[in-house]
Design a protein around this ligand. Structure first.
Ligand code: IMP
Ligand code: MG
Length: 189
């Protein structure tokens, strides 16, 4: 263990990832499947527009975009609902909304994880108002604590209880660069 190991807590240098939940290979296989499904689901005359919810979806979005064997356009949405801890504040702050038109497009909102569902419940009506031909949600992980209406059309994996980090997911901005999804030790932070 060294201080440069991305699994370590930068304050103490201690390894704080309890276990790997989804490995790099698990992620790559599942994202390949989802990419092919999205390509097949979008009507041929509709452009696919992926909207990544930053920051957590940045790696998922990058891999998913490359797994879709069709042209895609990309934009981003920046919303914050977690501030520093592991519990949602319940508020959703919009910091950037896409300036690409959604109208007539096959729009896929790309989320890292659905936890309380607050972020999507707040944002889906904002997207719907822009009259996409289709509006779908693709989440890498779903904690299955809430049922969204409509449900997320694509979910990579059901998430186990606990606070997950890695592959875009952070704890206080740390661990986003882990290549896998792991569970944080419950006494960390
Ligand atoms: P919501 O509670 O469904 O609104 O989740 C909003 C955001 O909280 C997600 O997009 C993540 O960025 C973050 N989040 C929720 N659960 C976790 C977790 O277990 N680890 C890291 N981030 C999380
Ligand atoms: Mg986050």
């Amino acid at each position: 263990m060294t201080l440069t190991d991305p699994r370590s807590d930068p304050r103490t240098g201690e390894h704080v990832i309890e276990r790997v939940v989804f490995s790099e290979a698990d992620l790559a296989n599942r994202i390949g499947e989802i990419g092919r499904e999205i390509a097949a689901a979008a009507p041929a005359d509709e452009e696919i527009l992926l909207i990544g919810m930053l920051k957590g979806s940045f790696l998922f979005l990058a891999d998913l975009a490359r797994a879709i064997p069709r042209p895609v356009k990309l934009d981003f949405m920046v919303a914050a609902s977690y501030h520093a801890g592991t519990v949602s504040s319940g508020e959703v702050t919009l910091k950037y909304r896409p300036d690409t038109s959604l109208e007539g497009r096959f729009v896929v909102i790309v989320e890292d994880i659905i936890d309380s569902g607050t972020t999507l419940k707040r944002l889906l009506p904002v997207f719907e108002a822009q009259k996409p031909a289709h509006l779908e949600v693709c989440a890498l992980l779903h904690k299955r604590l809430v049922a969204l209406d409509p449900p997320a059309r694509w979910v990579g994996f059901d998430a186990p209880p606990g606070f997950l980090v890695g592959y875009g997911l952070d704890f206080a901005e740390q661990f986003r660069n882990l290549p896998y999804v792991g569970v944080l030790q419950s006494d960390a932070g």
